[in-house]
Design a protein around this ligand. Sequence first.
Ligand SMILES: Nc1ncnc2c1ncn2[C@@H]1O[C@H](COP(=O)(O)OP(=O)(O)OP(=O)(O)O)[C@@H](O)[C@H]1O
Ligand SMILES: [Mg+2]
Length: 252
Amino acid sequence: MVILKIEHVSKRFGNLDALRDVSLEVEQGEAVAIIGSSGSGKSTLLRCVNNLERVGSGKITIDGDVLVDTAGGVAQYPPEKEIRRICTKTGIVFQHFNLFPHLTCLENIMIAPVQVLRRSKENVRREALDLLDVVGLSSKAQSYPAQLSGGQKQRVAIARALAMHPQIMLFDEPTSALDPETTNEVIATIQKLVAQKTTMLIVTHDMRFARESATRVLFMDEGRILEENTPQQLFEHPQNPRLQAFLQSVRS
Ligand SMILES: Nc1ncnc2c1ncn2[C@@H]1O[C@H](COP(=O)(O)OP(=O)(O)OP(=O)(O)O)[C@@H](O)[C@H]1O
Ligand SMILES: [Mg+2]
């Protein structure tokens, strides 16, 4: 089953083509990594899926619901309320953790399911404690974000996104603000989600992570997807010269 379908999406910032005719499908249970040099459009693509940016043209379908479609060259979005409903099907984790500083870890995880989904506090609490266990932070339920390391904060951010039961998790460089040791904790958590067949789209600068964790890897360059393949094929037999050059530059 296709969870995310992106068809011919283009996006400009002024005169700059940030996305050029990008098409992509993510099937249920896939963990798709996006690699590419700085400015190639990776974050913009994720932000369009989560409606933090609006596309110029193209179509995005999330779990069967159309977030945007284009008619007569103009991108058409449904009413705000419908957009919000569709966007609850995606969970996003950024480079910086964006936790609420005045709430404990447990409260950070519980707030959206209780306030947005109107679920019962008791059920949400039980589930939030389970999620803290999944990310290895059961002992930190009552701690505040300021009392946690960067890697711990990022794992709370992952649990918080999972608490909304998204159909797809979007990660934008979840480890690039972390030191090597805490990076490994976060990678281990994401790998656990891969093993549980959580559907994910992961932007990363970490080639080892893309290679070892993703089921498929996409290479973006100047707003286009230039190549996609299994991690093994893409890293061992890159076809496009720009991908070959990119892999050289990150290896040296
Ligand atoms: N809000 C914005 N206004 C104007 N230009 C923008 C905006 N956001 C992104 N851009 C431009 O769009 C292009 C794609 O940016 P994007 O952030 O998607 O790149 P990226 O691949 O995520 O890069 P990085 O690896 O550095 O995070 C860049 O040239 C960037 O400068
Ligand atoms: Mg980015």
